[in-house]
Design a protein around this ligand. Structure first.
Ligand SMILES: NC(=O)c1ccc[n+]([C@@H]2O[C@H](COP(=O)([O-])OP(=O)(O)OC[C@H]3O[C@@H](n4cnc5c(N)ncnc54)[C@H](O)[C@@H]3O)[C@@H](O)[C@H]2O)c1
Ligand SMILES: [Zn+2]
Length: 373
């Protein structure tokens, strides 16, 4: 067995629990070896989606079966559409029928959709069972697998039902990214670079020179993913329930969520694409408010263009969105507190702050400019 020569991990230390996020190349193939320290059960349910199952379910299961684990496979359709309560109920009934018990383990194998859904199920079945996550998209490795937010969507919006469920461990197998479509890699990159923009100027300038390590699956890919993950981990540790500073992770997301909701999550725009568009709009906002300089804004646009991230709101404007409609979508977001929208305003590169006081006229002018240019 080729176990990772150098075990690479970061640790999330919370008040009552802590866990490690491992980064390396052979976790899926040698899953039994890696999980054995975390569980005493011999029954494991793997929750995954069709695309991921086709590529990795045999690999992960082979290792478990060879090591005498009993394995239950739960394979869902792929995509955001399965992240709902009816999937939760179906999966739970399926697990109970297969006599999945209180001390058994759930493994999530897939992107953020599976991580959010499997983690949520693990938090409620039998009032909570052990959960280990094997994220297989870049977005899930740098973002959604870290911090314990789980949940499903409702017709009123994304992630409105959920829980905090910290896993026992996360195994980010970077080898799995070799099969990920380039569009999905770019979408995940938006969240990776977001962490640099809110907290770490050095990472941003490193990425400007080295972003290709992600797309070439270079050995430094682990360095980039780990570096970005560390920033998310730090913010989660400071504020696990998002009462304050964790919200910085929402840079670009007030714009992004409104864009996604207007496009009805139909695949026209991926979440990560809405995020890169949203980050640029947040920088425009910051520039108009005098918190970022023109050359900083230009540097970010240049980097996003180099990488080929989504930048152009107009390109996605198939429903004749205008600034009033977008603003209205922001106001209707169920996360809006007492009618106040929260914006993350970057301050140049590597710093940002949270504001509930951005004037609607500024937001409208940012959107109008983006749609006109
Ligand atoms: N919990 C959090 O803190 C948090 C943070 C950010 C995003 N999210 C959630 O994450 C979700 C988005 O995650 P995502 O972008 O990973 O989407 P996803 O899970 O839908 O995965 C994207 C696509 O890639 C496929 N796929 C997965 N791994 C693959 C691989 N290795 N090779 C080839 N194809 C593969 C999937 O089947 C899917 O079709 C959203 O629901 C979002 O709300 C949660
Ligand atoms: Zn996001």
């Amino acid at each position: 067995m080729n176990s990772n020569a150098e075990i690479n991990f970061i640790e999330i230390k919370l008040v009552n629990e802590s866990y490690k996020i491992f980064f390396g190349k052979d976790y899926i193939e040698n899953s039994a070896y890696y999980i054995k320290d975390f569980t005493k059960t011999n029954k494991i349910a793997i929750i995954t989606d069709k695309n991921t199952a086709n590529l990795y379910l045999n690999k992960i299961s082979r290792s478990l079966l060879d090591n005498k684990y009993e394995v239950i496979h739960i394979i869902l359709e792929s995509g955001e559409k399965i992240k709902n309560l009816s999937s939760v109920e179906n999966v739970i009934n399926n697990l109970l029928e297969k006599r999945f018990e209180r001390n058994d383990l759930i493994i999530g194998l897939g992107g953020g959709v599976i991580g959010d859904l499997a983690g949520f199920i693990a938090s409620i079945i039998h009032r909570g069972v052990d959960f280990i996550n094997f994220p297989t998209t870049l977005l899930a490795q740098v973002d959604s697998s870290i911090g314990g937010k789980t949940g499903v969507n409702t017709k009123y919006g994304k992630n409105l039902i959920g829980s905090f469920k910290q896993p026992l461990a996360v195994f980010s197998d970077t080898a799995s990214l070799s099969t990920l479509p380039i569009r999905e890699i770019k979408a995940g990159y938006s969240e990776l670079v977001k962490h640099a923009l809110i907290k770490d100027k050095e990472l941003f300038f490193w990425l400007c020179k080295n972003w290709n390590v992600i797309f070439n699956q270079d050995k430094e890919i682990t360095k980039a993913i780990k570096w970005s993950s560390k920033i998310k981990a730090m913010l989660v540790q400071e504020d696990v329930k998002e009462r304050g500073s964790r919200a910085l992770l929402n840079l670009g997301h007030t714009y992004a969520h409104a864009i996604e909701s207007l496009l009805k999550y139909d695949g026209t725009i991926l979440h990560g694409e809405a995020v890169s568009v949203g980050i640029l709009l947040a920088y425009q906002t910051s520039y108009l408010l005098g918190h970022s300089k023109k050359d900083e804004l230009n540097k970010i646009i240049e980097h996003f263009n180099d990488v080929g991230l989504a930048t152009d709101l107009k390109k996605y404007n198939k429903n004749n969105i205008n600034s009033d409609i977008l603003l209205n979508a922001m106001n209707n977001d169920k996360k809006v507190k007492s009618g106040q929208k929260t914006f993350i305003i970057p301050q140049g590169i590597g710093q940002a702050f949270i504001s509930n006081e951005i004037n609607d006229e500024i937001i409208k002018s940012v959107i109008d400019t983006a749609l006109a240019s």
